[in-house]
Design a protein around this ligand. Structure first.
Ligand SMILES: Cc1cc2nc3c(=O)[nH]c(=O)nc-3n(C[C@H](O)[C@H](O)[C@H](O)COP(=O)(O)OP(=O)(O)OC[C@H]3O[C@@H](n4cnc5c(N)ncnc54)[C@H](O)[C@@H]3O)c2cc1C
Length: 367
């Protein structure tokens, strides 16, 4: 069935912009059924939540940073930023115009990271060196990134003084207060100093500076700092395009039940960039990717729009790691902390599972 789609007549052009959690799975799933192109600003897919572990253990990145070419064996790969989209084409920063019949926007978040896997691994070596050579570390931001980084450092480098400053009244505001409380208790038990309801004056800090001012005028000292203040939704590039009226006030693309962008017949959006009313998580971005892939395959095969699958939003479920063995997990009806939550995610961080979903060996086989 899959191989015959689009054969015998000119193959339709399918373009996916964004090779993150959702885009990589879409690419794997659509590469053989159309004239397929993946546009991503990097040559690789990095499993986003593994970066905190890779900072304390750089070799972890060998498995969690995956060259797009490892799973995208059939389509075209364009490693460049998309900067514009028209009704028929995507324009990249390198000046290429990529025509499409069907388009999927999956640019959840954008980050200024190196273009190649080797350069990204080198960057992790540098960050690891920064941690190793510091006695005291300031982490700015108490969302999942700040909390997970504090946990990784506290477990792997228990002698370092870690201070985490967060503007909110509690950590982890994207999940419930019980989960936040469990994370706070765990961090304190590992001697992480958590300062809530303060911000750090970011305008006057730089690498090498060792004193930091808080919003209340206190001075904090640390040998280095990490900013974990969250990434913007990756939709800035759409603001002057034909899709500008499809963005909501938060910069998210408005989609219908079939994951098509508001008012558009041949443009889908999946993952964190959508306005779907549910928690923004990678496992949900993957579920959306599979629904969009199915709908595109149906349309490519000449199927009726009314037969497209609808995406059902899910109840809240999220796991935050606390070092290599512990975590806090919020499920729809309960919240758990400690070893059991850690067993689900904290050791392998779903790397083996994610690699398998892309058709790769969970572990890299050595010759
Ligand atoms: C600390 C932390 C822990 C997390 N833990 C989990 C977890 O345990 N489980 C889970 O399911 N989720 C987790 N998440 C959430 C998860 O990472 C996101 O929900 C997921 O990455 C969203 O996927 P996406 O494909 O929509 O976007 P992303 O994964 O952000 O991918 C977007 C891609 O688009 C590219 N891009 C952006 N703009 C452009 C452009 N203009 N041109 C070309 N390419 C572009 C980016 O480089 C990137 O490759 C965690 C997040 C954080 C921060």
């Amino acid at each position: 069935m899959e191989l015959s789609l689009g054969m015998g007549r000119e193959r339709k052009k399918v373009v996916v912009v964004g090779g993150g959690v959702a885009g990589s799975l879409l690419a794997k799933s659509l590469q053989f059924v159309a004239d397929f192109t993946l546009i991503d600003e990097k040559e690789y897919f990095e499993i986003p939540w593994t970066s905190l572990r890779t900072m304390v253990e750089p070799t972890f990145g060998e498995r969690s940073i995956i060259n797009h070419r490892d799973y995208l064996t059939n389509g075209q790969l364009i490693a460049s930023r998309a900067i514009n989209v028209t009704d028929t084409e995507v324009l990249t920063a390198e000046g290429r115009l990529i025509p499409y019949d069907y388009l999927v926007i999956a640019t959840g978040h954008s980050d200024r990271v190196p273009k190649t896997k080797t350069a990204r691994l080198n960057q992790f070596q540098e960050e690891n060196q920064k941690i190793r050579s510091a006695n005291s570390i300031l982490i700015v931001g108490g969302g999942p990134t700040g909390v997970e980084l504090a946990g990784e450092i506290a477990v792997d480098f228990p002698d370092k003084k870690v201070t985490l400053v967060h503007t909110g009244t509690r950590l982890l505001e994207f999940v419930g207060p019980k989960a936040a409380d469990k994370a706070l208790k765990w961090l304190k038990s590992r001697k992480v100093e958590v300062i809530l309801e303060r911000s750090v004056d970011l305008d006057n800090i730089s690498d090498g500076c060792k004193t930091y001012k808080t919003s209340e005028g206190e001075t904090l000292t640390a040998d280095c700092h990490f900013l974990c203040t969250g990434k913007r939704v990756g939709s800035a590039w759409l603001k002057e395009t034909v899709l500008k009226n499809c963005l909501d006030v938060n910069g998210r693309l408005i989609v219908d039940a079939n994951l098509r962008v508001k008012g558009r017949k041949n443009t889908f959006a999946v993952g964190d960039i959508t306005n779907i009313a549910e928690i923004k998580q990678g496992y949900l971005a993957q579920k959306q990717a599979l629904v969009a892939a199915k709908n595109i395959k149906l349309l490519l095969a000449g199927g009726r729009e009314s037969k497209m699958e609808a995406y059902e939003p899910h109840a809240i479920m999220a796991i935050v790691t606390l070092g290599r063995k512990h975590g806090v997990a919020q499920f729809p009806i309960t919240t758990i902390g400690g070893r059991i939550a850690g067993l689900i995610k904290s050791e392998d961080l779903f790397v083996g599972k994610t690699r398998k979903q892309l058709g790769l060996e969970p572990h890299i086989l050595k010759d």
